[in-house]
Design a protein around this ligand. Structure first.
Ligand SMILES: [Zn+2]
Ligand SMILES: [Zn+2]
Length: 381
């Protein structure tokens, strides 16, 4: 018999196409793979859309952060997607077939320890894996996810462009809310700089720099979230396209350090004594090194983008609180719920260019070139 009937009586094909990464050849392949069967704690999802994240490109490069990538042979890429519930395992609570959901990608963690309460990559069990980085991810029509990672998507949200909310979006939302938590003034008179506004390869068009950026295209979402909260925003980026996107997303002023060589003086004069906070979405050590100059006394530097090399700051500046350092991450399911609720209420929309699954290798090429802005995604039909 072809295919199988799942617990909810839906008939599914037995195989599907998947965009996979082969760790041996470090290349992308479109392979035929089985439709996964689910464990008691899992949901089988029909993926509606999946998008490519900059951290996916880490797979193709020397890996200085020491991540375990692909344990045994080719695995399906993708850690940012949305879709509908097909069937649920016996332990799943609160999700029914047909519901629209999105989810986070860390699996094989406990979800309940102190570490999981901050980020489940660091679960005390030490067994955490990342779907799309170590085990099968979402560039395939059907995937199995841990129910504790899932959140509902309101019915009137458009699934076509929701996928980036589940990595780029929640990263930006958490960076914004963690920054706001540190600030006291009225949003309408509080300045926040966004470093890395949304183009690919914000710091450089070179792949070497672009690939290790955590979420440069989180920048355009970060600006949308800050705008929704009513803050004054300065966007900084080396890519003119990204600056255009920053203005479209709501930035009050934008600067390109390449052409606006006195941008630091200009920003300090527009904002009075400098920005109250700066959120850095870039992968660039140089971009981080110049960020404190944009801040006023006791300003907050939010570390979001991840350069390969260590960051350096003067201990005196931190000790005397000339500025403060904070970090933020893509978070936990309760925080993801807040992000989706807020995005729904304020009409936050990721900017995605859609492709078919067969075009996946071309998407990777485009991302490596770094000429696109926004997200590149697969829309399953
Ligand atoms: Zn990501
Ligand atoms: Zn845990």
């Amino acid at each position: 018999m072809n295919g199988h009937t799942n617990t909810n009586g839906t008939h599914l094909p037995s195989t599907q196409k998947a965009a996979q990464f082969d760790p041996k050849t470090k290349s992308v392949q479109i392979n035929n793979v089985p439709i996964p069967s689910i464990k008691p704690h899992e949901i089988l999802v029909k993926v509606h859309a999946a998008s490519l994240c900059h951290s996916d490109l880490m797979l193709f490069e020397p890996n200085e952060q020491g991540l375990t990538l692909g344990e045994d042979g080719p695995f399906t890429m993708g850690h940012e997607a949305c879709g509908t519930v097909v069937s649920t395992g016996s332990e799943v609570k609160g999700f029914k077939p047909g519901e629209k959901i999105g989810w986070l990608p860390i699996v094989d963690c406990c979800f309940d320890c102190e570490e999981c309460g901050i980020h489940n990559l660091y679960c005390e069990r030490g067994t955490s894996k990342v779907q799309g980085m170590t085990v099968d991810g979402y560039f395939q029509q059907y995937c199995a996810i841990a129910w504790r990672n899932a959140v509902h998507i309101p019915d009137d949200m458009d699934l076509d462009c929701c996928a980036p909310l589940f990595c780029a979006g929640c990263t930006a939302f958490n960076a914004v809310t963690d920054t706001i938590f540190e600030l006291k003034g009225e949003p309408s008179t509080t300045w926040i700089a966004v470093i890395g506004c949304g183009g690919l390869g914000t710091a450089s068009s070179s792949i070497v720099e672009a690939i290790h950026t955590n979420e440069p295209s989180s920048g355009h979402l970060g600006i949308q979230y800050l705008k929704a909260y009513g803050y004054k925003i300065v966007g900084v980026d080396l890519n003119p396209q990204a600056l255009k996107e920053a203005v479209n997303s709501g930035a009050d002023h934008v600067f390109n350090p390449k052409t606006d060589t006195d941008y630091i003086t200009q920003i300090r004069s527009i904002t009075g004594k400098g920005c109250h906070a700066a959120i850095n979405f870039t992968n660039s050590v140089q971009a981080y090194a110049s960020t404190p100059d944009l801040l006023r006394m006791n300003g907050v530097l939010m570390v979001t983008g991840i350069p390969q090399k260590p960051l350096q700051f003067q201990a005196m500046d931190l000790s005397m609180t000339r500025f403060r350092l904070r970090g933020s991450n893509n978070g936990t399911t309760p925080r993801l719920e807040k992000c989706i609720e807020f995005s729904h209420k304020h009409g936050i929309k990721p900017h995605v260019t859609q492709f078919s699954l067969e075009e996946f290798p071309k998407m990777v090429e485009l991302m490596e070139k770094g000429t696109q802005t926004g997200r590149l995604g697969v829309l399953f039909k």
